[in-house]
Each structure stands twice: as C-alpha cells, then as structure tokens.
Design a protein around this ligand. Sequence first.
Ligand code: F6P
Length: 364
Amino acid sequence: MTEGTKRIGVLTSGGDCSGLNAAIRAVVSSATTKGWEVYGIHNATDGLIVRPLDYQKLTMADFEFPFATLGGTMLGTNNSGNPHKVTHWDGTTEEVTDEELLARFKAGVEELGLSALIVIGGDGSMAIVSKYCKAAGISMIGIPKTIDNDAPGTDMAIGFATARSVVTEALDKLDTTASSHHRVMIAEAMGRGAGHLALESAIAGFADVALIPEIPYRYEKVVERLKLAFAEGRKHALVVIAEGIKKPDGEYSYSSNGRTFGGISAYFAEKLAKDGFNVRANVLGHTQRAGTPIAEDRILASGLAVRAIDLLAAGKNNRVVIHKDGHFADEDLDVILHLANSPVNPDGEMVKIAQSLGIYVGEK
Ligand code: F6P
C-alpha cells in the first residue's frame, strides 16, 4: 500500500436482499476512482473474528462476472441475531464473549490495515458493528438495506423496490390462475412488523384486500369485500396479507423456526373456505429477497455507496447514508439509532391511495 492509499473494508450483515451486490460493486467502483483499496469481509463481521481471517481483496475485475446483477450477497452474511455466535470456516460455531469479540475484531482490522468499514445492513447490525469499530479505532459508515423498508431515517432501503416487484409479479401470476379457477388467491408477503411491501404490492398488483400490521382489520369486512368483488361481476379476487398481522384472536402466526413470522395466509384460507370461498394460500417467502435487482435498487445502491465513499474521503465517521425526500443525504448513526423504525403511516398517502382504489386495508 503506497502512502496516502486508503484501505477500507466492506461487509453485508443481516438478512440478504437484491441489490447488495450492486452496492458492493458501487463501493469498489467509487473507492477505486479515488485510488483506494477495498477488502470484502465475509459473513458479516465473522470474517474479521475467525482465524485465519475470511475476506477477499475486491477490485473491478471481481465484477467481470455479472455479480452486481444477481441477488444475494457475494460476501455472505448472517442474521442469527446473536453477535456472540461466530461461525468458523469449517461451519462449526463458537460462543464468544463481548471482550473477546472486540479484541479479535481489532486484531483483524489491524492485520488487514483497514482505516474504515462500510456496513451494508439494518440498524441492528450497524449498532453492533459501530461498537466494534469504535473499539478498533476505525471509521464506520452504514448503508441501509431491508425488504421491509422500515429502516429509520431513510425513505428507501436497498432491496425493497426489487422485493415489491417480486410480489407484484407473483400477484400478476396468481391473478391468471385465480381467474381460470374462479378463486380467491391469497399472497403472504414478508415485512416483519411493517406493511410497506404488502400494501404497495397490493396497489401495484390490483388486489382487493391488503392487510398490514399497522392497521387493525375485521374479518367480516374481508368477507364483505370479497363478496363485493364477485357481486361486481368478477370471478376471482386477490388478497395480500403481511406476515406480521395478528389473527382475529390477537395471536401471531410463526414459521416452523418459531422465530420469524409465517403461515398467516393458511389460517385465512381455511377460514375463508369455511365461509364458502374457493381459496388458496401462497406464502411468497424468501423469493422476495431474491432475483435480479431492478434499476431502482441499483441506482439507490450506487447513490448510497458513492455518498458513503465521499463521506470517508471528507474524514467523516459514524454516519448512515440515506435517501430522503428524493435526495441522497446522510445522518449521524447515533441519531438514526434513536429513531423508531418507520412502519406504514395509517394516515399516509399509500393507505389513502389504496382506499380510494377500493382495496380493503382494515379499519381506517
Ligand atoms: O427483515 C427481512 C426479512 O426478510 C423479514 O421480512 C422476514 O420476516 C425475515 O427477514 C425472515 O428471516 P429469515 O431469513 O431468518 O427467515
């Protein structure tokens, strides 16, 4: 490394989504124009904690193969939710204390000669990694990603736009088979406690019902709306349900791991069948986190990455790049971490648009 050359690291952390590779590419591309070196850290922070270190030097040659147009993350990630559980090269796991984590991270950073780390992840990952970076004495810039689009401080996070397109395409497909069989098709969308994905896809996919965690619903009103669709002369209907809504009895529906949401559409299908509908449930699942990132996500990833590199060039630290009111900007990480996640505003524009289209969105 010649004098004046900056060497930075980049990693992805938390659940994957489409657009992560585009963001990694943009980090490398933008850093390269400044004459910097970039090291991709594998499997979130694990790559700096395991021994030998798990990383790869990244140059534009790594993008000869069109990684940036693929979903997933070429660096690997981890969303175990337990920062103390470290996965080694051979797949074995180890529980590491906070003290040991910080010490190994610092030694890893020193071994690679990194002066900064770009963290592409959710606010939870950013909070954890910023603690490590402070202890290691290096700068950190966060780039928000989540298909749930509820990351604090930014209007858009990487992955949401593509996921919304995936759900919309699924609705287009469900629409034709629903029409052939005169059925009600239910699509279950991801989103944890946020309904952005379900609501916006419902608008784009011309659904009749969109149930989201932010707005309580009445089951009888769902039935009423579906009956209306048939009374209007249509022979099928589409329902989008966010995975994080409660059942009428107030309980959530969890997937087999008991940790993440899943299965609420099956509950609704059973109930609607008892009420006389010919109905099928479709859990769209992890397909929503995959696929070629659409242009919107690539542009977002590129703009956020360029801003992240510019911030480091200006000597800034502990910031998160965001997209707010149509512009790229940045905010202090500690300010971001004190903001609540941003779910759908029940009084917001999207809900009003859905209602005006006749979509039943719950009791608003
Ligand atoms: O937060 C992103 C997300 O895809 C949620 O929408 C979903 O509930 C969860 O992650 C699924 O996590 P996992 O990949 O652990 O099943």
